[in-house]
Design a protein around this ligand. Structure first.
Ligand SMILES: Nc1ncnc2c1ncn2[C@@H]1O[C@H](COP(=O)(O)OP(=O)(O)OP(=O)(O)O)[C@@H](O)[C@H]1O
Length: 298
């Protein structure tokens, strides 16, 4: 399948400290991917490497088929990002910020008008960007990032400092963008509720390494099962390589979505009767705790 972003074996050190260890990740067309991990895990460093703001020590990054080292300008043409605080000219009006970036990137006036409308800043576009609220600056920066119709949008903590209404608006805009502008988005956030609402998929990082959750919430379900014969059930799960955990008389099993009927029938064929069956709702917070186990003690 076509990939919008492909990172292979990316390594990065700052001085003697190794920050990123063999990072591999892919992003596909029209995906919104949430990038999560504790403070200092390496999210911004990965994003800066993708955007060519810093250079990796080894590994490759390909954007829309272009290697960022070998075909740098073509790769840069396909992506845009807002990293940390929006990089705006604060003494200039919002409108002039948009026009300046458009001129630097050779963007036509039709797109400039589209982006001015996209920001929904209205008359405020005439005001100095330095006097904008955090949410207004974010909208302006996002608009500027979109000027060149990127295939890949990189957003580092885009909801940081936004009030709940601005967060909801931004979420709706990003969801709309994916369809309207045929874009893929990689965004980092510590607001798990937001990540849950916005992402199609998650990539998790810890101490500079990509980590994989025990369950892939988009492909698998957890069921809690009570059975008449625990020993037989254990044997059955082991024999069939099914991921399970027992707790008193209950068993937690991780199975692929849509497989529960088959499981019930197979267990019945082995003489194991299920007296109670419950689907466990796994929240992102629970997944996060499972991955970054240090937080369990907080
Ligand atoms: N320019 C730099 N020089 C030295 N160390 C750096 C530099 N930039 C980042 N680091 C270190 O790299 C590690 C990863 O930082 P990074 O900003 O990528 O983490 P993060 O996951 O984005 O964290 P947060 O969620 O707190 O923003 C941290 O230990 C940080 O101190």
């Amino acid at each position: 399948m076509e990939k919008i972003l492909e990172i292979k074996d990316l390594n990065k050190s700052f001085g003697k400290e190794k920050i990123l260890h063999d990072i591999n990740m892919d992003i596909y067309p029209n995906e919104i991917v949430g990038f999560i991990g504790p403070n200092g895990a390496g999210k911004s460093t990965v994003m800066k490497c993708i955007l060519s703001l810093i250079f990796p020590d080894s590994g490759t990054i390909t954007v829309n088929g272009f290697d960022i080292k070998k075909e740098r300008l073509k790769a840069l043409d396909c992506m845009a990002g807002v990293i940390e605080s929006p990089g705006l000219f604060l003494d200039m009006s919002g409108e002039n910020n948009i026009k300046l970036f458009a001129e630097l990137r050779g963007i036509d006036s039709k797109r400039v008008k589209e982006i001015m409308e996209f920001t929904e800043l209205g008359h405020s576009l005439k005001r100095k960007a330095g006097n904008y609220s955090m949410g207004m600056k974010q909208r302006l920066a996002l608009g500027i990032a979109l000027l060149s119709k990127p295939k890949l949008l990189i957003l580092d903590e885009p909801t940081n400092g936004l009030d709940p209404t601005a967060v909801i608006n931004l979420r709706n805009e990003l969801l709309e963008l994916v369809n309207k502008e045929d874009i893929s988005i990689l965004f980092s956030s510590h607001q798990l509720e937001e990540v849950e609402k916005l992402s199609d998929r998650l990539i998790c990082i810890n101490k500079g390494r990509i980590v994989h959750p025990e369950i892939n919430a988009s492909l698998q379900d957890i069921y809690i099962i009570e059975v008449n014969n625990m020993e037989l059930a254990r044997e059955f799960f082991q024999k069939n390589n099914i991921n399970y955990n027992t707790n008193d008389s209950k068993i937690e099993v991780v199975i692929d979505k849509g497989e529960i009927q088959n499981l019930i029938v197979s267990m019945a064929n082995e003489g194991i009767n299920i007296s109670n069956l419950e689907k466990k709702i796994v929240t992102l917070e629970e997944l996060y705790k499972g991955i970054y186990c240090e937080v369990k003690n907080i």
